[in-house]
Ligand binder design. Structure first.
Ligand SMILES: Nc1ncnc2c1ncn2[C@@H]1O[C@H](COP(=O)(O)OP(=O)(O)OP(=O)(O)O)[C@@H](O)[C@H]1O
Ligand SMILES: [Mg+2]
Length: 342
């Protein structure tokens, strides 16, 4: 199944575009904040990506980082930003840069927290330079406290020629809800901050997605309503449902999902250097369109462990979503095979 393109969210896109214009046309360097919240899988990341793609003029600099849930570390956002970036010309102490980038060779010596925060802000300033820049903070709810502090500092510093776009699940889903509440409040309190809370897709938007996948015959109104109810209009649930029934006609969406069976895995064949045996098994589950819960049941491991494997898989395969990771596996003919229909 090919990934579907974004439906709806026109108002949000336009508002983000206006915020970008404010940054670009401002006479003095001034930072604008945009905070996008919403439930898991509601489409925050896709909206950010779509907005970024549409920005005109193109940002001179984009610094984007997400919480790396499998191994939270201080300044994880900045470490993600620095990954693969040439920092040799930045006027900063090498050992501090190595530390902030979480390089394995970094000296173990500890910097006082205040010093590190100042250094981290300076790194961002140097990277942004004259801008105009877009700073993307994905998954704020899962960020480490040091990163939250850094994002708050950047937002309130005010004089960076940048749009700071923050995506977060609601604070109650956060690793540390009280810290997330405080960070979100600080961001939303910045003058002129754009605040968007994404809700589920409307039935007409679900219909649009279904039409992308099943053009002929057009999905019936009855089918659209049933799918909308079944997924609650959540785009992630919708893509999972579509993936689970890929290759069948639209009416299959109304049938109960196939009972997942553990995927057949041939671990001996060398696959791709970096994937572990367990990750390949989990990837097999993604190919089979299973949810994390179903994969956990199929493999006899905890949902939390599956979540960690999925997050590693996304990173290692460079995929933005589980559907993309599944497509990646299929394209490379990995030795994973979907369980038979049960
Ligand atoms: N408006 C939309 N139209 C079509 N598909 C969408 C839309 N929004 C999201 N999707 C799809 O739904 C899935 C989840 O979206 P996305 O990853 O953006 O959600 P999220 O809110 O960032 O989730 P999380 O809280 O897990 O970070 C993706 O596969 C994405 O392509
Ligand atoms: Mg996201």
């Amino acid at each position: 199944m090919m990934p579907v393109s974004m439906v709806g969210r026109a108002g949000e896109l336009a508002e983000l575009d206006r915020a970008w214009s404010t940054v670009v046309t401002s006479r003095r360097p001034a930072l604008t904040v945009a905070v996008i919240t919403g439930a898991a899988g509601v489409g925050k990341s896709l909206l950010v990506a779509a907005a970024l793609e549409a920005f005109a003029p193109r940002p001179a600099v984009v610094l984007s980082g997400a919480a790396r849930v499998h191994s939270p570390a201080p300044y994880d956002w900045l470490a993600a930003v620095l990954t693969g970036r040439d920092t040799s010309r930045l006027d900063l102490p090498r050992d501090a840069l190595a530390w902030l980038a979480q390089q394995p060779t970094a000296p173990r010596e500890r910097y006082p927290p205040g010093t590190l925060l100042r250094l981290a802000v300076r790194v961002v300033r140097l990277l942004v330079a004259a801008g105009p820049a877009v700073l993307v903070v994905e998954d704020l709810h899962a960020l480490d406290p040091a990163s939250l502090n850094l994002v708050g500092e950047l937002a309130t510093a005010g004089d960076l020629p940048a749009l700071l776009v923050v995506a977060s699940r609601p604070a109650e889903d956060a690793v540390a809800p009280d810290l997330a509440v405080r960070a979100l409040a600080r961001l939303c309190g910045v003058r002129g901050a754009v605040r968007q809370h994404l809700g589920p897709l409307l039935p007409a938007e679900v219909a649009e997605v279904l039409t992308q996948v099943y053009a002929d015959p057009r999905p019936s109104g009855r089918l659209v309503r049933a799918v909308w109810q079944r997924t609650g209009g959540n785009p992630y649930a919708l893509t999972e449902l579509l993936a689970a029934h890929a290759g069948r006609g639209p009416e299959a969406l109304l049938r109960p999902p196939p009972v997942p069976r553990p995927p057949r895995v041939v671990p001996q064949r060398p696959v791709d250097a970096e994937l572990t045996g367990r990750e390949i098994e989990v990837l097999g589950c993604l190919v089979a369109g299973m949810s994390n819960k179903q994969a956990a049941r199929a493999l006899g491991i905890s949902v939390r462990t599956v979540t960690v494997h999925v997050s590693n898989l996304l990173r290692k395969t460079g995929s933005a979503s589980r559907t993309e990771a599944a497509i990646w596996a299929v394209r490379r003919r990995l030795p994973v095979s979907a369980p038979a229909d049960g």
